[in-house]
Write a new protein. Structure first.
Length: 209
């Protein structure tokens, strides 16, 4: 199954992606990680992306989708994959379609803005491997140290409360129209985020059956 995960920053996409991966035995593909990997490996699209990144410019959609197509042609994606972080806009979704990337289902995790603000201000992310934690809901075993790689778990600047509201506004303006785009195709499923990760996971897995 080829999936797209939608949801505002802090809606719990990363956590639910892990649950889906474990259950369906498919990889989660984060756009950021994928770009960094392509640059590191020096692929044709990776080198092209690097030239934009080095100059501080946004990597164009067609370059990102080129890297994405390389990534999903790898062996671990043969039974499906989850896209996290792409597409973010309707033009990106249309570009994905036009390049022949088939999506079976789009899963939206819906969480109220107030809940997200509380969640994000407690989030901590590993500087080295990108693993995500929360001081209340998913703390590291040792404070400030990533369980997975031992890197430093820190609060990102964009998780500070004053920037969260601005990020939510951007999400609603840019990404929310994607819901209409995929609803029109009949492949959008919305799951209401619950108080616990486990309850949300249960609804997510039911929605994917």
């Amino acid at each position: 199954m080829n999936l797209i995960l939608l949801g505002a920053p802090g809606a719990g996409k990363g956590t639910q992606a892990e649950v889906i991966c474990d259950n369906l035995k498919i990889p989660a593909i984060s756009t950021g990680n994928m770009l960094r990997e392509a640059v590191k490996n020096g692929t044709k699209c990776g080198l092209e992306a690097k030239s934009y990144m080095d100059s501080g410019a946004l990597v164009p959609d067609e370059v990102v989708i080129g890297i994405l197509k390389d990534r999903i042609s790898e062996e671990d994606c043969k039974d499906g994959y989850i896209l996290d972080g792409f597409p973010r806009t309707v033009p990106q979704a249309e570009a994905l379609d036009s390049m022949g990337v088939k999506i079976d289902k789009v899963l939206e995790i819906a969480v109220a803005d107030e809940t997200i603000t509380q969640r994000l201000s407690g989030r901590r992310v590993c500087e080295d491997c990108g693993n995500s934690y929360h001081i209340d809901f998913k703390p590291t075993k040792v404070e400030g140290v990533c369980d997975k790689c031992g890197g430093k778990a820190v609060q990102r600047k964009d998780d500070a409360p004053e920037t969260v509201l601005s990020r939510l506004k951007t999400y609603h303006e840019l990404t929310a129209p994607l819901k209409d785009f995929y609803a029109a195709k009949g492949i959008l499923v919305t799951v209401e985020g619950q108080d616990t990760v486990e309850d949300t996971s249960k609804l997510v897995l039911e929605a994917l059956k």
